[in-house]
Design a protein around this ligand. Structure first.
Ligand code: GLY
Length: 307
């Protein structure tokens, strides 16, 4: 039996001590800890990496501290349009949704696309209709909307800066390796504050924000999605491991360096079937956590190290 591991992120960006109150810092650490606890329970009971990442991601989606599900950022028009993906490293089956508005847990909708449709990627009204047909739990706009996110949209509209350059509010993600050595990845986001024109980021793009392959590892990304799509980040990391034989940290750092060279910022989490649990990011902070049979750790700022 392999040692199970679970790694999570709640977004990367300009997250610095002086910008977070002690209360917010504590609440976010508690939220990360709760999500780790839920996913760990699945893995410790012999559950699959796929079930663990979905369960963990659902908790993070339900938590208004993070930009996914409840607490998603607002579009320019003042709505919440969410993207999510999930992938199973056993056979590289994958499901993704973009611009969905009414499913309580978009990551579960992504899983339904993977398991109950012949497709990989559904978008907008079609994905919302599929969700209703499949009987997934629906939620109204009041579930997703929070006063803090509305305030952020208003600030952005006033400044006429329609791109969330600081990317403070990230994305959520979970990657896991289970006791049988199988890996899975899940990622979910509200995207960017003030996004327009049905903009879609990297999160639901298989190979960019999310990827899982038992021959290499499972990756979930957070950051400036446009750059992560251009670099095919999650697949590129797995390809470097599989085809070049690079170590997990080396592969992850090389691809994050490429993102930096293109002018982008953000980070990734990665697990491998051999049990590597890796973080790599080029931002001042990333909400993150790691759990294994040995215990749980969470961190926010870059100077707290890799865990
Ligand atoms: N990384 C999330 C997004 O760009 O939408």
């Amino acid at each position: 039996m392999a040692e199970w591991k679970l790694v999570i992120h709640g977004g990367a960006g300009v997250i610095e001590r002086e910008r977070l109150t002690a209360a917010a810092d504590g609440a976010i650490r508690e939220s990360l800890g709760r999500a780790l606890e839920a996913g760990s329970a699945t893995l410790a009971a012999g559950g699959s990496a796929l079930d663990a990442v979905e369960r963990t991601a659902c908790l993070l989606e339900d938590d208004p501290h993070f930009n996914a599900g409840r607490g998603s950022v607002f579009t320019y028009q003042g709505s919440n349009e969410m993207d999510a993906a999930i992938m199973d490293g056993r056979d590289r089956s994958a499901g993704a949704v973009a611009g969905v508005t009414a499913t309580r847990n978009p990551v579960s909708l992504a899983r339904a696309v993977m398991e109950r449709s012949p497709h990989v990627f559904l978008a907008r009204e079609g994905a919302d209709a599929f969700s209703r047909e499949q009987g997934l739990e629906q939620a109204g706009p009041e579930w997703f909307a929070t006063a803090e996110r509305r305030r952020q949209l208003e600030m952005m509209l006033q400044s006429e800066d329609y791109f969330d350059a600081e990317l403070k509010y990230g994305t959520i993600g979970a990657v896991a390796v289970d006791a049988r050595g199988h890996v899975a990845a899940a990622t979910s986001t509200g995207g960017l504050t003030g996004k327009r024109w049905a903009r879609i980021g990297d999160t639901p793009v298989i190979g960019a924000g999310t990827y899982a392959d038992d021959r290499a590892g499972a990756v979930s990304a957070t950051g400036a999605g446009e750059y992560f799509i251009r670099a095919g980040v999650a697949h590129e990391i797995c390809a470097r491991i599989r085809l070049l034989g690079e170590g997990a940290q080396q592969a992850a750092d090389a691809v994050i360096a490429e993102i930096g060279a293109l002018g982008g910022s953000g980070g990734i989490i990665l697990v491998t079937p051999a049990g590597d649990a890796i973080f790599s990011f080029n931002t001042p902070g990333m909400y993150r956590g790691l759990a294994s049979a040995s215990g749980r750790k969470v961190a926010i700022y870059a100077d707290e190290g890799a865990l």
